[in-house]
Design a protein. Sequence first.
Length: 76
Amino acid sequence: MTASDWSKVARQLRGKPVVLAKFTKNCKPKERKTGIASRKCERCGRFGAHIRQYNINLCRQCFREIATEIGFKKYN
């Protein structure tokens, strides 16, 4: 079960607080401290290929799309 699946099921169980409490206790994904799943892109939510330098916190695809708007230049 991925993190997005977990949040979808949690939304469906809002009307049943007892079932929701049991579900969150047993099925909630743990908070990641290290590894690829510890950070995600602020723009699209991807986990991989993350650029953290200069506190950008974007995946490489989003960075390529908005690099010129941020002020980066492409060198050939």
